[in-house]
Ligand binder design. Structure first.
Ligand SMILES: *Cc1c(COP(=O)(O)O)cnc(C)c1O
Length: 360
């Protein structure tokens, strides 16, 4: 068996240890004689798996007691609609910070429900930076402020948490959750699709402060109402049981590694190495200012784009796969989430150096 270093933006690599554990438990979970996939979500075995996963996430992220943790479906993309449906209340406008492709999608969906005030917008600069706090044009009467702390496609990350006063702050953390410690209490709501840094696809985690519940507009479907899921411990209907279980194994793995502080240390080192390799030569380039460079998604271009295909083919040969950049940015993108071992980044850096010297 030869595992490759997979730089996919998502679904992404999972820790080998986690998959080996899942493999060992595949046919018979803990003496139950059942696979987790075959369990009733209301049975005591599965209930214990679900509760442990939630508790481990609460421990890992130090989630305060006045926040609910919901295990939902529909991906982060469904949140783009659920947020305005649930959180506008009697307000008619919401603030959005537009820093890339994912912000744009959230904005497009919100416009079906409310007036969107662009509190910040870096589209003119080609989404290569983030607005500073001073540049934000926040509306004190907004229902909430939505932003994307890490733009997965542009590889652009906020280096600060926007200060929004009494207006609830909502973050799409799909590609940065669990990459480092964060202060959950600074946010009214955090959400993340699982397939980047949490587990397999099919699960979306929502961390929401209690006081935001119960304000959904009257026509909100029950399945799209946070209150429904909060009232039923995310078991109003059949949840994505296996993805939830796998996420639980990942949370346990993070704990074992030393928690989010340990994750942050490795992630910073991994991204430093990769950006250093990009900056060390004019053969490679990344347009993002240092302070806003993503730890998780590292896009880079080759000086001569006609070499892209050779680069990708050579990388694949070397066991470094899925490095092709998003079509809107071109070039390459290395997504280096928690499960990407440091050796994977070292191998990529070595390949980049060798590829460059072969061109000379
Ligand atoms: C991947 C991603 C999404 C979309 O997630 P889905 O689960 O596919 O809906 C949304 N926002 C960000 C920041 C992402 O990285």
């Amino acid at each position: 068996m030869a595992r490759k270093f997979n730089f996919s933006a998502g679904p992404a690599m999972l820790p080998t240890e986690v998959m080996e554990r899942a493999q060992a438990e595949m046919l018979d979970w803990n003496g139950s004689g059942m696979s987790v996939m075959e369990m009733s979500h209301r049975g005591k075995e599965y209930m214990s798996i679900a509760a442990k996963a939630e508790q481990d996430l609460r421990d890992v992220m130090s989630i305060p007691d006045n926040y609910k943790v919901l295990f939902l479906q529909g991906g982060a993309s469904l949140q783009f609609a659920m947020i305005p449906l649930n959180l506008l209340g009697d307000k008619t406008s919401a603030d959005y910070i537009n820093t890339g492709m994912w912000s744009k999608k959230a904005i497009a969906e919100a416009k079906r429900y409310c007036t969107v005030n662009l509190a910040g917008d870096t589209s003119e600069g080609g989404f290569t930076s983030v607005p500073t706090q001073d540049e934000l044009k926040l509306n004190p009467d907004a229902a909430y402020v939505h932003y994307t702390p890490n733009e997965t496609i542009g590889g652009v990350e906020f280096d600060y948490i926007p200060e929004t006063g009494d207006v609830p702050l909502i973050a799409d953390m799909s590609s940065t959750i669990l990459s480092r410690p964060i202060d959950v209490s600074k946010f009214a709501m955090i959400y993340a699709g699982a397939q980047k840094n949490i587990g397999p696809a099919g699960l979306c985690i929502v961390i929401i402060r209690d006081d935001l519940l119960g304000k959904a507009s009257a026509q909100t479907p029950a399945m799209l109402n946070y209150q429904t899921h909060a009232d039923n411990d995310s078991m109003y209907n059949t949840p994505p049981t296996y993805s939830w279980y796998m996420a639980g194994l990942v949370f346990e793995w993070i704990k074992k590694q030393g928690g989010l502080a340990a994750m942050a240390e490795v992630n910073q080192r991994k991204s430093d190495k990769l950006y250093a390799a990009i900056d060390a030569s004019d053969f490679y380039a990344n347009p993002v200012p240092k302070a806003n460079r993503s730890w998780m998604n590292v896009p880079f271009t080759l000086k001569d784009a006609s070499l892209d295909a050779d680069f990708l083919a050579g990388a694949t040969q070397a066991g470094l796969i899925t490095l092709k950049g998003h079509r809107s940015v071109g070039g390459m993108r290395a997504s280096i989430y928690n499960a990407m071992p440091e050796e994977g980044v070292d191998a990529l850096v070595a390949f980049m150096k060798a590829f460059e010297s072969n061109q000379a």
